[in-house]
Design a protein around this ligand. Structure first.
Ligand code: ATP
Ligand code: MG
Length: 558
């Protein structure tokens, strides 16, 4: 008898299944903890898919928690964009929307508890002075002269810090741990500092703010998160995470680290992305060239593709770099299934069917998506004057075995139309082909062909009388020219691709596109995928090229 094959589990799933089997936990509780200081990027998407994905898989829950402990850099705009992005990816935190700032009172009382237990003190060394005694991983640090001040004094000073009696930088609350620990994070880390700043949620209520380490782990415990997943750089923070849990006697959340997503030709760091926005290198956080979720959404990437991508790359314990082609492949694969096909002629040249009566229009039927019968068909007017793409015609073509498309005396099928034979062409003053002439064969109407003719070339076309003209088409390419931006030593902005955006208004589009709506994504046959952009107005259609049909970079480089 066949036993069902067990799918392979990643190391986090293995840990979870072990815990569920042993009865250590009955349920899986994860959280996604963004700091609202910028827009989410594709690296965050990986973390979202991981945290929400595990909750889905094990029938648990995933909280959304804003890690909003730094009043200076955080804004409501970012909170809103983060929520929009997670929902768009298809995940739901239901009523579990939390803010670290909601815990400020509790965190403050935790700090008091540590002071009272003799495990925290008010330090008055300046940042520089403390750095000078802190030592290095191989040299033990020295203790601050304020380390052993009386308990009451600590309580009084902390209260004064809270009520705004001290300027920023004058004093801070430090955990009293071990100034000779080989782990620098255990050398009396800061728990609270003075900040005279207004917070996006608590306003001017607080003059002290908890450090990342003091807020993050304690928030996990307060929410009873049993699997606290974070990226590898926090591995060295784990002993402090555990020290605080133990010394406060709070819920023992467990921190597990996984590798960050690094993508070739891509920057995934909010700080650098902000630099691009603020320096006007891009049009905003949602510029379709940005690796932000809002950028790739506007570009035309789909949630299905992103989730598939996250699934494909999995989670690792070691940092590496993922080929951006893997993401692009997921996008092509999904759009191939779901995007309706249309004719868009990027570089049009006139084609006159000389044996077609002037003024006659015939309605052709075109298939919307060969991958999806339910997508149905649409009508395309066929007239005497059409447009085809300039690249589909050669006045002196190579042998028909090498060139299937149009040239003098050659025959091709106009897709969903007729077979035509080229009878001549006319050049303009600039030497460019201006008009191509052909005759159609009435026996070859698509779907009703009785001619028995076989042709290899099939071309896209649009009726000249009915074409949609003047649409703005934004052709995007990769934002950076350098594959591994993690290894460069100069400014990452030196590596920007100067040709990452080309705008053209030359294209002619089939008439059905006059009704295209913002957000619609189409495959322009043989060219690529295009999404109707938010900049579209009643008078101006704007398309973003999501991606070419094939990977041109692979061809260029390999
Ligand atoms: P950045 O370095 O871009 O500012 P961050 O880690 O500071 O990112 P947070 O808002 O603190 O941004 O991150 C929220 C969550 O997303 C964290 O759990 C973090 O580990 C995770 N995350 C951030 N960047 C990546 C990435 N490149 N790959 C995987 N997870 C990531
Ligand atoms: Mg962070």
């Amino acid at each position: 008898m066949d036993t069902p094959k067990k799918e392979s589990l990643n190391f986090i799933e293995q840990m979870i299944e072990k815990d569920l089997d042993s009865g250590k936990h009955q349920t899986v509780k994860t959280r996604f903890p963004p700091e609202p200081n910028g827009y989410l990027h594709i690296g965050h998407a990986k973390s979202i898919c991981l945290n929400f994905g595990l909750a889905e898989k094990y029938n648990g829950t995933c909280n959304l928690r804003f890690d909003d402990t730094n009043p200076e850099k955080e804004e409501v705009e970012y909170v809103d964009s983060i929520k929009t992005d997670i929902k768009w990816l298809g995940f739901d935190w239901e009523d579990r929307e939390y803010y670290a700032s909601d815990y400020f009172n509790t965190l403050y009382s935790y700090a008091i508890q540590l002071i009272k237990d003799g495990k925290a003190y008010i330090d008055e060394l300046s940042k520089e002075e403390f750095a000078a005694i802190k030592g290095s991983p191989t040299v033990p640090g020295k203790e601050s002269p304020y380390r052993n001040r009386p308990l009451e004094e600590n309580l009084t000073l902390f209260e004064e810090m809270k009520s705004g009696r001290h300027p920023e930088g004058k004093m801070a609350l430090r955990a009293k741990i071990d100034m000779s620990s080989p782990n620098m994070h255990m050398r009396d880390p800061i728990l609270y500092r003075v900040k005279h700043a207004s917070h996006h949620r608590t306003g001017n209520q607080w003059c002290v703010y908890p450090s990342y380490d003091f807020a993050h782990g304690q928030s996990d415990s307060l929410e009873e998160i049993n699997y606290s997943l974070c990226t590898l750089e926090f591995e060295v923070h784990r002993p402090l995470y555990e020290w605080l849990i133990e010394n406060l006697g709070i819920y023992p959340s467990k921190q597990t680290e996984f590798a960050r997503l690094n993508l070739s030709y891509t920057i995934v760091s909010k700080r650098s992305l902000r630099e691009l926005v603020e320096g006007n290198y891009v049009s905003g956080w949602d510029d379709p060239r940005m690796p932000t979720i809002s950028g790739i959404r506007r570009r035309g990437f789909t949630p299905t593709a992103i989730r598939k991508f996250a699934d494909t790359i999995g989670v690792a314990k070691r940092n590496g770099i993922t080929d951006v082609a893997v993401l692009e492949h997921a996008v092509r694969e999904d759009l191939n299934k779901v995007a309706p096909r249309v004719f868009g002629i990027m570089d049009p040249v006139k084609l006159v069917i000389t044996n077609w009566p002037e003024g006659k229009t015939e309605t052709m039927t075109a298939i919307n998506n060969p991958e999806d019968e339910s997508a149905g068909t649409r009508e395309m007017p066929f007239t005497r004057e059409l447009y085809i793409d300039r690249s589909d015609f050669k006045e002196d073509p190579p042998s028909p075995r090498k060139w299937y498309r149009l040239g003098p005396e050659r025959e091709v099928r106009l897709k969903s139309g007729y077979i035509i034979k080229c009878t001549g062409f006319k050049k303009g003053d600039n030497g460019e082909v201006e008009e191509i002439y052909a005759e159609y064969d009435p026996e070859t109407r698509s779907g009703q062909d009785t001619s028995g003719k076989k042709v290899k070339g099939t071309l896209g076309w649009v009726s000249a009388d009915h074409a949609v003209k003047g649409a703005e088409i934004r052709l995007y390419d990769r934002l950076f020219l350098t594959e591994n931006l993690g290894t460069i030593e100069d400014d990452f902005k030196n590596h920007l691709n100067p040709d990452s955006l080309t705008i053209t208004k030359k294209a002619v589009l089939e008439p059905s596109l006059a009704n295209a709506k913002v957000g619609d994504i189409f495959q322009f046959e043989r060219i690529g995928y295009f999404r109707v952009d938010e900049d579209t107005t009643d008078n101006q259609l704007v398309f973003n090229r999501t991606i070419t049909l094939r990977d041109n970079w692979a061809r260029k480089n390999g």
